[in-house]
Structures are given as structure tokens and as C-alpha cells.
Design a protein around this ligand. Sequence first.
Ligand SMILES: O=C(O)CCC(=O)C(=O)O
Ligand SMILES: [Fe+2]
Length: 277
Amino acid sequence: MFSFHRDLHVPVDNPDPSSTSSTTTAPHPPGFGTWECPLSPVSDFNDSEIPELPCTAYYIPNFITVAEEQQLLNRISNAPKPHWTHLSHRRLLTYPSALTPSNILLNSPLPLWLTAPYIPRMQSLNLWSRSPHGQPNHVLINEYRPGEGIMPHEDGPAYHPMVATISLGSPIVLDIYEKNEMRNPEEKRIPIWRILQEPRSLLVTTGELYTGFLHGVEGVDVDEQLRPGQGGIANWELLGDQEGFVAGRSTRGMRTSLTYRDVLRVSNLGGKVLGRR
Ligand SMILES: O=C(O)CCC(=O)C(=O)O
Ligand SMILES: [Fe+2]
């Protein structure tokens, strides 16, 4: 089920490609112990699995076309200004609306320009087959100018533990950090894995990676150490344009992320009361 047989940059303690049980062992760096992974939530998708990471992350370059990327960017730039939430190091759009303080989504459809054809395309890969609503119902759109980023965080229990991110504009590196790292608060966190997200790619993070780790984007003007191997880019072998990064660095432009999620608790009543149905 997992792609253990592929070339790994890190040793695998207990590879068992013939396993048919419902849990199995994921590749992981030495010293991290062994984690049990549920079977991949996605079938026909194994070639996109990022082998170094704990279960599970998938990376698909060129998930959308250049024309689709442009259409999405146009729609986003036409979003009414008051809809943007300005945060200290990025700005954010939330569709169809922000969750209530108790993490409930007031039921309302996502706009068509965000759903078709992208959600059916994800579903054709069985991406949302194990999520409660069978499809995403919430999309957060983040916009980062060069030098901007997002602090290490986890996405939390409001969602089915899976995020599917379409990237637009500029390449950017997503850093993955240990959650309960023992460190001096003054010390800079060091990511244990780095994922390079090319424009038009789809990154899916789920399972242990969703629940057991933090993720963030460093606020830098240039992403560096773009190369395979330890300290480099975990999805190097899966990149669509490896050639474009052989210099080892990438200057940030404006980068927009569309993060698709399935909110667990949905209220129909709330939507009606507010006249949103
Ligand atoms: O922009 C990204 O790819 C990450 C955004 C993120 O982590 C979030 O919206 O929770
Ligand atoms: Fe996040």
C-alpha cells in the first residue's frame, strides 16, 4: 500500500511492502520511533506520496493548468476588499464564512469558481472518500507577499484531519516541525522536513502529519537549500520542474494558497437563521 520500495533518502527501520494488515510502518528518520499508520486514505495515489514524511503527505505537480491558475487569481483579486482579513504577515479570505467560536460551519455552498472542476478532480483521486462529507466544505485562501509567512501551528480538531492545498503564483517552502520539541524558547525552531510547493501543485497533508506535527512558512524573501537529501526538500523527486530549482534557491513572489478542508460540525439551522441558504 505504501511506496516503501522507492528510493528513500532516510533509512526505513521496518519496511514491509507485502503487509496486508490495516496498519503498517512508515518511513521515518532514525530516532523518531515507529508510528502506526492507517492505510492510505487515497488509492491510485501512491506515486505521489512523499516518502520521507510520516504518513501521510502527497504532492502532485501541475494539478491545475496555467489558465485555471490565472482564473483563480483573477477571482481572488476581484474579491471585495472588506472580505479580506489582514493578519500581521499575510492576508486571508474564508469561504463560505468563518467558523463559529465553537468551530461550527453555518451551512452554505462554496462558490462555484472554487469548487468546479477542482473538487471533482480531487474526488477522482479518492481524496475525500474517508472524510465525513465526502468533499471539502471550507476553503481558506492565504496570500503571502515576499518576506511574509505563517508561524508554526496545527490546524486543529475543527476539521477532518486532512488539508488539500492548491498553490498559485510563486513557489514557497512549507516547513514541518516537531510538536513537543524540547527547546529554549529563544532558539529558532528547526524544521524536520521541508516541502517545496510549486505553483499549480496540490499538496495533501493528512494522518499523523496533520495531528502530530506543526507546519509553517518562514517569512523570507528567498527560499534556500533547495536540494534533495537531509535538510533539503522532502518532495524533491516529485517536483514538476526540478530543473528550475537546481540553483538551490528561489526568490519569492506573491504566493496564494487555497486550502480545502472538511469542517466536521455543520449547522443547517444557522445558515437559515442568517438567511444564507
Ligand atoms: O499557505 C499554506 O500553504 C499554509 C496555510 C496554512 O497552514 C493554513 O491556512 O492553516
Ligand atoms: Fe495550517
